[in-house]
Design a protein around this ligand. Structure first.
Ligand code: BGC
Length: 871
């Protein structure tokens, strides 16, 4: 028996009861719409649907069900595996984490999305996406479990914020769209996750919370979100993904407005599939379905990993139970067809039928070459499980990794141009003679780069947060390694003291070097792992491992101290940021395998500092929206999103709270200016209301695909079937209660008129939302003294006569790379959606009438040019 590396360790729990079927036809939002097909205005999806329907119409009921149900946790090579349909040459689909790389051997550990967001560099975000996609593809993955675009970062302490691009829907939306494009251009299905309101880890799952001692918990946390906030904030990046054609959406663990996200018909059937015109399939997060019939009827199309809960013994809500539910009418036949067709449509849409890699050539559960093919089956055969295909050794991977890490580094303070150290570009500076490197966050973890499963540890430098969003480190260049190598090349003396607790060495060394580089970190991750009593979410905003004391003591002993914070999110800097001996401060999100090299590049000016904060850093922790940590006495945790659309800088700006560093902040080694701003109308806005959305094509009537076989024996295990124990199959054990002949006709309503809601009608909503209505342009100049890139940002202030709106909202960013004294003209396209608000009465987007303020600048508060336009 091989050693099993449990990369995602989900505790084992009690048995969950199986669904009770009934004969009532469920009432669905989509009853007059979907009917087993899809409603599309998109020719590429239409073509994919044609093929999917032709295929699914040949399938028996168990074959369709097999597409929808995972084969069970650890039953096959990938973290999620669907059943196959060998008769029609459809192999199992391999679903694999993570949003920052493929969790397999010989693969890159790329900078997480929060680092990609901090680059504010669109081509680079795409480039990173291409590299991640290419590595997944070569490992034989079919469905990439990313990008993560929720959580958005409502709660700065939220454990998984680092898996996404930043605490702003527009930034998150751009990251979402570009990454989906990269993954699907590579011919793989991307998964936009987690839908929706999964903003904290505490109480996301009952069993996890019980494990942490919250024994009275009765249900997962409910994120209670109002309609406008849902649309303008949390749904926004999902609309981007759908507009881009994303093949899959993962519904989340939490409840939304007290209905589980994976069985919330309003959110899935109505908002996602009808209003946003989502064409692909909805998969559940791992064990996020709580019953069989309800999620199916609410619009969930695939249950993952297939088991009914963490007990992992081959029991499932779907599989044979979905067969039964379909036979007795609890789940309509068209709904089962719809599930199967949606999965196969996504398959054809991205071109998985042309994938030449075949299946996975790695194994998610061990790095050894051979092992059990189905690790949880007692009768599993052994075989080769890992072919050790090296996918990290490509120039694209190397460049994506290092350049994202470099451009994610945010320079927060730089008194008297402390940084960069000497570079050939600026020979006026002299090399430091000596540097000290202090802090546990600078050096290697004594337990290794892969210090624990899911990187749930942090006794050394931080390269990523923890949980399913992490991957193995093939290597990890720590800041100490990157900096000391660069120092060696320049004949600079380097000494270090990693121990953060025993400060004697720090006292001795600190006065003697030209510079002290002091490192601190703060970490978080997914709720199934706790590190240092942080149950996924962070307990506070302090630096870990006594780093604040290291800073406090060191700055007394030397006049030149550079503080480097690596953190998954904002930390409190008030104790030391203004100290005169703190001459420079760098913030870096965890930045993957090449973090240390990238940091050295910025410190030495090989790379001009150009990262921007993808969230606000407050002066007072109480200025943030806190996570819910107390379980209410009734056991039903409720997160009321009562701040509405006022999250992150929107909140600080509206309440006039001075942050320490605002969203979008980040210094450059160069001086930059903005001039010549202009607003150019592109399309007239004739009405505040959206133009009528185009009618959908009626794909429904032709899409009815009842079982191809009327013989009930097609429901049973095939003869001589080699059944693996604890493995999920779609077959029934007996035909008891099954009709003598199966219905092969489709009893669905046909030819219903298909009028989408005003907000709908295309991928990501009404196509007019995606039209460019204004263009803002501005000339920007790099006045030197360094070549470099700079992320200019565009914010809009909406008219507020009818709808309250934040003073400024991000609606564009561009990052030119310019030589010294060079200029460029930037243009920022504004879509109709960018100037719209969600009207809860009209249930549609509206362009408010009045004057819009246009701000182009260096951050959300440092504005260089203000213009306006009137609608
Ligand atoms: C996470 C998902 C992940 C899945 C598979 C879940 O716990 O929430 O993001 O894709 O596990 O590992």
């Amino acid at each position: 028996m091989p050693r099993i590396i449990l990369t995602v360790v989900h505790p084992i729990t009690h048995l969950v009861s199986l669904p009770v079927a009934n004969n009532k036809r469920p009432q669905l939002f989509t009853d007059n719409l979907a009917l087993g097909g899809r409603l599309s205005t998109d020719a590429k999806w239409d073509a994919a649907y044609e093929r999917a329907r032709a295929l699914v119409s040949q399938m028996t009921i168990p074959e369709k069900v097999n597409l929808t149900t995972g084969t069970g946790f650890m039953s096959e090579a990938c973290v999620g595996n669907t059943g196959s349909v060998p008769r029609l040459n459809i192999t199992s689909l391999c679903l694999q984490d993570s949003p920052l790389g493929v969790r397999a051997d010989l693969a890159s550990n790329f900078p997480p999305a929060i680092a990609a967001g901090a680059t504010f560099n669109k081509p680079l975000i795409s480039y990173r996406g291409n590299a991640i996609a290419a590595e997944h593809k070569r490992k034989g993955v079919h469905v990439v479990l990313g990008p993560a675009i929720g959580p958005l970062g409502r709660n700065p302490a939220g454990g998984r914020n680092w898996e996404g691009f930043g605490a702003d829907p527009y930034l998150q939306g751009i990251g979402s769209r570009l990454t989906v494009r990269s993954i699907q251009n590579a011919g793989l299905v991307a998964t936009a996750k987690h839908f929706i309101g999964n903003e904290q880890e505490h109480f996301r799952q009952v069993i996890e919370s019980v494990g942490y001692g919250y024994s009275n918990i009765q249900a997962s946390i409910s994120s209670n979100i109002d309609d406008r906030t849902l649309h303008e904030i949390y749904l926004w990046p999902f609309a981007d993904a759908i507009h881009e054609g994303v093949g899959s959406v993962m519904c989340s663990y939490n409840q939304v407005n007290n209905s589980y996200a994976c069985q919330n018909s309003y959110l899935i059937n109505k908002v996602l599939k009808e209003e946003l015109g989502f064409q692909g399939f909805v998969m559940s997060d791992w064990w996020a379905t709580h019953s069989g019939v309800a999620p199916a009827n609410a619009g969930t199309d695939m249950t993952m990993p297939g088991d009914a809960g963490w007990e992992l013994w081959g029991r499932t809500f779907w599989g044979p139970n979905l067969v039964t539910a379909t036979l007795n009418g609890s789940v309509a036949d068209w709904r089962l067809n719809d599930m199967a067709v949606r999965i196969m449509a996504a398959y054809y849409y991205v071109g998985l039928d042309k994938n030449t890699i075949g299946g996975p050539n790695y194994f998610a559960w061990t790095k050894q070459t051979t092992g059990l093919l189905h690790p949880l089956s007692w009768n599993s055969p052994e075989g080769v499980v890992n072919k050790h295909v090296n996918v990290m050794h490509s120039p694209i991977s190397k460049m994506a990794s290092i350049q994202t890490a470099r451009e994610a580094i945010v320079l927060l303070k730089n008194s008297n141009q402390t940084l960069p150290f000497y570079t050939p570009q600026n020979s006026a500076k002299t090399h430091p003679r000596s540097i000290n490197i202090f802090g546990l966050a600078a050096g290697p973890d004594p337990n290794g780069a892969n210090c624990a499963d899911g990187i749930g540890c942090s006794n050394g430098a931080l390269g990523s947060g923890w949980g399913s969003g992490s991957v193995f480190f093939p290597y990890f260049v720590t800041p100490y390694e990157g900096i000391s190598e660069r120092a060696r090349q320049n004949d600079i003396e380097v000494d270090y003291a990693f121990s953060s607790w025993d400060l004697d060495r720090v006292y001795k060394k600190a006065p003697n070097a030209d510079f002290n580089l002091i490192f601190g970190l703060s970490d978080s991750g997914e709720g199934f792992i706790q590190v240092d009593h942080n149950l996924g979410d962070r307990n506070n905003f302090t630096l870990w491992h006594n780093a604040e004391n290291v800073i406090a003591e060191t700055v007394k002993l030397n006049r030149n101290n550079i503080i480097i914070v690596t953190s998954v999110g904002a930390v409190n800097m008030e104790k030391w940021i203004d100290h005169e001996n703190v001459t420079a401060v760098i913030f870096t999100p965890p930045a993957g395998q090449d973090a240390g090299t990238a940091l050295a590049d910025v410190i030495w000016g090989v790379q001009n500092a150009c990262g921007k904060l993808p969230f606000t850093i407050a002066k007072n922790d109480t200025d943030y929206i806190p996570i819910l940590e107390q379980l209410p006495s009734d056991g039903y945790p409720q997160a009321n999103f009562q701040e509405g659309i006022y999250i992150d800088y929107r909140n600080f700006d509206a309440k006039n709270i001075q942050p320490r560093f605002e969203f979008g902040y980040g210094l450059s080694y160069s001086n930059w200016t903005v001039s010549n701003g202009k607003v150019i109308p592109i399309l007239p806005i004739n009405s505040s209301d959206l133009p009528p959305s185009p009618n959908w094509k009626d794909l429904g009537s032709s899409s009815c695909t009842a079982s191809s076989s009327s013989d009930p024996h097609s429901l049973l295990f095939p003869q001589n079937f080699n059944n693996m124990s604890n493995y999920i199959y779609p077959y029934l054990n007996t035909l008891e209660g099954v009709p003598q002949s199966l219905n092969t006709t489709c009893s669905i309503q046909q030819g219903a008129p298909l009028h989408p809601p005003l907000a709908g009608g295309g991928l990501g909503g009404n196509p007019a939302l995606w039209e460019v209505v204004y263009q803002v342009s501005a000339t920007v100049t790099n006045h030197g003294p360094y070549v470099g890139s700079y992320a200019f940002q565009l914010y809009l202030g909406f008219p507020t006569d009818t709808y309250d709106s934040p003073p400024r909202q991000l609606r564009g960013f561009e990052k030119p790379n310019l030589g010294i004294n060079n200029s460029a003209t930037l243009s920022f396209p504004l879509l109709r959606r960018d100037i719209s608000v969600w009207d809860t009465v009209k249930q549609s987007w509206v362009v408010p009438k009045g004057t819009y303020k246009v701000y182009v600048g260096y951050s959300s508060r440092d504005i260089a040019w203000t213009g306006s336009f009137v609608v």
